[in-house]
Design a protein. Structure first.
Length: 393
């Protein structure tokens, strides 16, 4: 058996007995331009052991994953035919170096093991869960997890939604001004999945004392959520019955949230946030009817008429126009806005989320925004936007 063949056998045996850690190939003398080194590690992809090759070039890296047998063939080709003159096998027992010397003879030497074996070979991305531990009282009471904290199969989508929601807000929540108590209102809280998660994240993950109030029209859901809050010992979480339009906070707000408030109810919520100086306003609008009715009635002739003559495009256009004007009005009142994709649960289609962070604004910038709002309405033949009307613009 040749020296190279014996070395390749050692690699195969180290994989079989699970002592394999990694492999490096260097001193490249081949004709592939800019190729410098190759590094090999074991990975689990969909529970199957494979070898991941990182081909390192001067300006980029390319990664390829091989099944074990194919990987061993690739290593043999790289050493025997493709120009690599040295290969080091790192295992839990030793480092074994195989090198082609000046006489074109392969030699092997053993050295003391220097590498630590990774504890997790999983290549599948493990997404960080902002909510943290799933073994929490409110998750069990909401029927998302069992008594051991395992997420029910039929609740996986909702669990992902909750974590996605907190992840979207995390940067803005982390950047909230330092103060003794944060005041938060969640309008249209529903069954409270996201309200509970937000309270938990602020108080228990960020260690920010936050008082959260959920507003919900349906009394049975209000009673249910208050009961769960008490069982969870969430002493600063409270749910009240009412509508967005009628709700009036008794204090300035740090955060105002309104998810899936229908049509102009989203505008009512935004107004509450503006009036009560909310540092962060978060809305995920739906049912964009108010502007669409005007578009259908006026049918303005402009450069987009070829597109909006189709009903489905008109509907999408109404959504974008409605939310773009909402963002513009928020900017008029000194908010920095960001529109992102928000994916809700399986029963609600994809929609957008508007994140608005309170900043400063001067009269000159307000005048520019006001002129932009006026020209936008004229171009599309819109008489008014509901938020503009209730804000008194």
């Amino acid at each position: 058996m040749s020296v190279l063949t014996a070395f390749l056998t050692c690699i195969k045996e180290s994989i079989a007995n699970e002592s394999f850690i990694k492999l490096s190939l260097g001193n490249y003398q081949g004709n592939i331009e800019q190729l410098k080194n190759i590094y090999v590690k074991a990975v689990l992809i969909k529970r199957e052991l494979k070898l991941s090759f990182t081909y390192r070039y001067k300006t980029r890296d390319i990664t390829k994953n091989f099944e074990v047998d194919a990987a061993l063939d690739e290593i043999e080709q790289l050493l025997d035919h493709k120009g690599f003159r040295i290969c080091t096998l790192f295992s839990t027992t030793e480092n074994r170096v195989c090198e082609l010397n000046a006489k074109q003879v392969w030699t092997v030497k053993s050295e003391k093991s220097t590498a630590a074996k990774p504890t997790n070979l999983s290549h599948d991305k493990q997404k960080e869960r902002k909510v943290g531990d799933s073994n929490k009282t409110y998750l069990k009471e909401l029927r998302l997890t069992d008594d051991q904290g395992k997420v029910y199969k039929n609740a996986q989508d909702k669990w992902k939604q909750i974590n996605h929601y907190i992840e979207l807000l995390s940067t803005e929540l982390d950047a909230l001004p330092t103060k003794e108590l944060l005041r938060v209102v969640d309008m249209g809280a529903g069954k409270g999945y996201l309200t509970f998660a937000l309270y938990d994240y602020l108080n228990n993950e960020l260690k920010r004392k936050a008082q959260v109030e959920g507003v919900e029209y349906r009394k049975d859901l209000v009673d249910l959520c208050n009961t769960i809050a008490q069982k969870s010992h969430f002493d600063e979480l409270n749910f009240v019955q009412g509508t967005i339009e009628d709700y009036n906070p008794k204090y300035n707000l740090d955060i105002l949230i309104a998810l899936h408030a229908c049509d102009t109810a989203t505008d009512d919520a935004i107004l509450k946030g503006i009036q009560h100086n909310a540092n962060l306003i978060v809305v995920a609008p739906c049912c964009h009817k108010q502007v669409r009715r005007q578009l259908e009635q006026v049918k303005a002739k402009n450069d987009l008429s070829f597109m909006t003559k189709h009903g489905i495009f008109l509907e999408r256009h109404a959504e974008m126009l409605t939310d773009s004007i909402r963002s513009l009005i928020l900017e008029y009142f000194g908010y920095q806005t960001k529109v992102i994709q928000f994916i809700s649960d399986a029963h609600t289609p994809k929609n957008v989320m508007i994140l608005a962070v309170k900043k400063n604004i001067d009269k000159v910038k307000q005048a520019e925004i006001s002129a932009k709002l006026k020209s936008t309405k004229s171009f599309f033949g819109i008489e008014y936007h509901y938020l503009e009307k209730i804000c008194g613009l």
